[in-house]
Structures are given as C-alpha cells and as structure tokens.
Design a protein around this ligand. Sequence first.
Ligand code: SAH
Length: 254
Amino acid sequence: MSGRLAVIGLGPGDARYVTPDALAALAAADALYGYGPYLDRVPAREGQSRHASDNRQEGARATAALRAAAAGASVALVSGGDPGVFAMAAAVCEALAAGPPDWRSLDVTIVPGVTAMLAVAARVGAPLGHDFCALSLSDNLKPWELIERRLDAAAGAGFVIALYNPISRARPWQLGRAFERLRSLLPPTTPVVFGRAVGRADERVTVTTLAAADPNAADMATLLIVGSGETHVIERPGRTPLVYTSRSAQGTSA
Ligand code: SAH
C-alpha cells in the first residue's frame, strides 16, 4: 500500500515545543486530520486538505485517517501533547486492529510530543523526580469505581500522581471526589500543582496543598500533579516556589 499515516504530537501549545520531527511529518502530509483546535495550530499549506472533527470522535477520526491512507494519501493525524498519552495513537491502533487486514501493511508512524505532565512539571521544578504515574479522571471510557481503585492504589504505593482530564462540563464532580479520596490517604500538606494551558497565552500555574486544593480552580485545560511523601516545596524570595520529589525514598508508605 502506498499511503502513509503519521500520528503527530504537537506538544502542549507553544510552537517552540513542536519538535523538528513533527514539523517534517506535517510538511510531508497531503491531508491533515484532527480535533479542530489542534488543527488550528498547524499553519496552512497550499495543496494540503484539512479534516477537522469534534473532540469526542476519536474512533471515527482514526478510522477516517486510516481510510484516507489506505486510499493512497499521505495523512497526518494531529494530537495535543504526545499522541500516545490519552490520545490518538491508541485510537489508531484500536481502529487498525478492528479494521480490514490490508490496513496492517500501511506505513504507520507515531511522532512523539511533549506531554502536558512534563510541561507542567518543568514549570515548577521536578515534581516527577521519583516514581510517578499518570491517570485520566475521565470516566467516559472506564467506570468511576476503577478510577477510585487506581487512585487509592497509586496514593497508597507512594506514587506522585499526574491527573489528566480532571473536569469537564459533562464531568463536574469527579475531581472533588478524587481530592476527597486522596485526602483520606495522604497528609493535608501534600503539594498539589495546578497547571493550566501551559505553553499558551492564558497559561496559569499554581502550587497549593491537598488540604487547600479547590476543584473549581481546574478546567479542561488543566493538568494536576499530586505529590507523594517525598515531594517538597522550596520557598524562594521574589520567585515562585520550586516543587521537587527527592530521587531517593525511605520505603515507608505514602
Ligand atoms: N495527549 C495529551 C493529553 C490529552 S488528554 C498530552 O499528551 O498532553 C487532555 C488533557 O491533557 C487535559 O484535560 C489536560 O489535563 C491535559 N492538557 C493538555 N494540554 C495541556 C496544557 N497545555 N496545559 C495543561 N494541561 C494540558
């Protein structure tokens, strides 16, 4: 098959975080697919068609991109951040696994990008300096009970926890419930980072504690980092505090 599909991570928002590899893959495409606001970040190029779709339609978008590639096009499918983190690369693999056998001979490339948790972590210091995990709080594709079990397990095992998809209009209560759960397992002084729209004009990053963390301070563009027993805050005169997680651990529980 002559068609190609590149699944490309655009990073958190700032053009400086788009890798040269992603730029090359975008330039090589003759058809662009993706969620509208992500496609808007890609400068228009003559002769390149654009196929914007709605946020929730990942499966349909992946299938459409694979179909176009199977028909011979050189297709770029864009994701925010990294395409493999709660994004389109897994949707493409699912569609490919369920699709016609000839899709398996397509040239499929995944082009990595800077994921939100790394961009937010870099803004405040080194909160991911020791063992950590990432969880999506969205219960669109998994039951809420499973999310609670995973939160309990992660906090109980002493992981720093990055929370993607903390809240949305359709999911207004989940983050408050997650904080309640974490407060029953972790000290009230546990550092919590809210990183909103990092790398965009309306970026806002704040550091608070688990006791004071307000779910209303998060929106769809926010990533949270909840510290562990090894996470510390260094206050600095005239500068924002540095949050870091020590590289060593004591072996005690969270
Ligand atoms: N593939 C993306 C994640 C998609 S899930 C990535 O690797 O970053 C969408 C979630 O990512 C949002 O709800 C938010 O939690 C987080 N996110 C995406 N871009 C962000 C940004 N610029 N700043 C903070 N969080 C962001």
